[in-house]
Design a protein around this ligand. Structure first.
Ligand code: PLP
Length: 261
């Protein structure tokens, strides 16, 4: 059994963050390992508070874990602060060989709570160099690239920025927040340069759902841990999340959570 690792924030509701990532990994038949970067206090309505883990403790978790286990792939979720982001970068230097890294550049929760402080954006961008995939939504793509992502041409400019300027091997600009359609843009670097592909999105009306972005990046990470080529991992992960959305249920009084039957 392969291990997938999530380096992410704790969400006690189990709807997002590390707790949700571990459920996704298990759905793919993987062992899930987890390093906590931040505690959040939240319910299905909103994030009440966010508390970063002491930065050196984040690095210690990674140091001791990676000495003992070798993940087949890993994802980064909520990183909370600049200090935590830098310690994660140091921890990743301890990885031996090439381990695919998926970065979900989480800046804010849907309720507007800041999950990564503004001054950490530079450190996050440095982490993106060489990663297998970065999965910004339209707001994150716009914030980090400075490109207006309200049009398809703008989203394509942002995708080129993630590959050309920040050095990611691939980027998935998620279109879920677009009004006209919810197509995602996948941009990959290969021998012929940058290839752009629009992946048609299906709008699934399940009301407000919590943790969709976390589940998607975890499912892609799982695919990579299972040695799938990147495009296949992305396509299968999108289908996995769509199934989860169709089965989404309320577990509390607020947003629904994905369910994987
Ligand atoms: N809490 C944690 C720990 C998260 O990682 C995320 C997702 O990015 C959220 C909360 C917010 O999730 P959502 O915006 O889907 O409600």
């Amino acid at each position: 059994m392969q291990t997938a690792l999530s380096i992410a924030g704790s969400d006690p509701t189990g709807g997002a963050g590390l707790q949700s990532d571990l459920q996704v990994f298990r759905s793919f038949g993987l062992h899930g390992a987890g390093v906590i970067t931040a505690l959040t206090i939240q319910d299905s309505e909103r994030v009440h508070q966010s508390l970063p883990v002491f930065p050196s403790v984040v690095l210690d978790q990674l140091r001791i874990l990676l000495r003992d286990q070798r993940p087949a792939a890993l994802k980064l979720g909520m990183l909370a602060t600049d200090d935590v982001t830098r310690q994660v970068a140091l921890g990743l230097e301890l990885l031996e060989g090439s381990v695919p890294v998926v970065i979900d550049p989480i800046l804010e929760a849907s309720d507007g709570t800041v999950l990564l402080e503004r001054r950490a954006w530079g450190s996050l961008c440095e982490l993106i160099e060489g990663c297998a995939l970065v999965t910004p939504n339209l707001h994150e793509a716009e914030s980090l690239s400075g490109c207006d992502t309200s049009t398809r041409a703008g989203a394509e400019r942002a995708a080129r920025y993630f590959l050309g300027e920040l050095g990611a091997k691939a980027v998935l600009v998620k279109g879920g927040h677009r009004e006209a359609d919810s197509d995602d843009l996948l941009a990959l670097r290969d021998d012929d340069g940058i290839q752009l592909e629009w992946l048609e999105g299906e709008r699934i009306d399940s009301g407000p759902v919590h943790g969709t972005g976390c589940a998607l990046s975890a499912a892609i990470t799982a695919g990579l841990a299972l040695d799938q080529p990147l495009r296949q991992a992305v396509v299968e992960a999108r289908a996995f999340v769509a199934r989860g959305l169709r089965n989404a249920r309320p577990f509390g009084s607020g947003a629904h959570f994905l369910v994987y039957p």
